[in-house]
Design a protein around this ligand. Sequence first.
Ligand SMILES: [Zn+2]
Length: 120
Amino acid sequence: MLDLFGLSHQNKMLLRLYAMPLLFLVGTFIVLIAEDILQAATATPYMFNVLYMALWWVSLLLLGVACITFLYSTFLLWKWDKGEAAEMCHICGGIVTDRNGKYGPYYKCLACGANRSMYR
Ligand SMILES: [Zn+2]
């Protein structure tokens, strides 16, 4: 596998585990910046506008989803660290996620990227 940044398996696992909350957090800031740019461009900052409010609510929703996915990722990491994870990688012992593929459901390791069928 191509390893551009020289990350260890454990660092890759953490990066993949927290990628989703990070994406939602970046989305929150993008929506807030877009709302700011729109407000500055229209030059009616004190007028109530449905679009600004909608963008503000979307950014709040994205922030909420980022918090929930962060807490879930941290919960998965905590369970894995205690050795109580429901499933672990059969090769390296890393955290696995459930996926659904062409040949049925399988586990994918977040550390080494190995796949294993759920039914074996
Ligand atoms: Zn693995």
